[in-house]
Unconditional design. Structure first.
Length: 49
């Protein structure tokens, strides 16, 4: 069962905020993880449409 669109939007916003923080701290490992997470959430949002 796909996750609700509202939940995906919330998760996407949280990941984007975390990415900004990781960039400030220059945490490359976390930056890579968060970019992959954001891409995954965006794909899931596209399929939910």
């Amino acid at each position: 069962m796909p996750r609700p669109r509202e939940y995906l939007m919330q998760e996407l916003r949280a990941a984007q905020k975390q990415l900004l923080t990781a960039k400030k701290r220059r945490n490359n490992e976390n930056i890579q993880y968060l970019r992959a997470r954001i891409a995954e959430l965006q794909r899931e949002m596209e399929s939910a449409r």
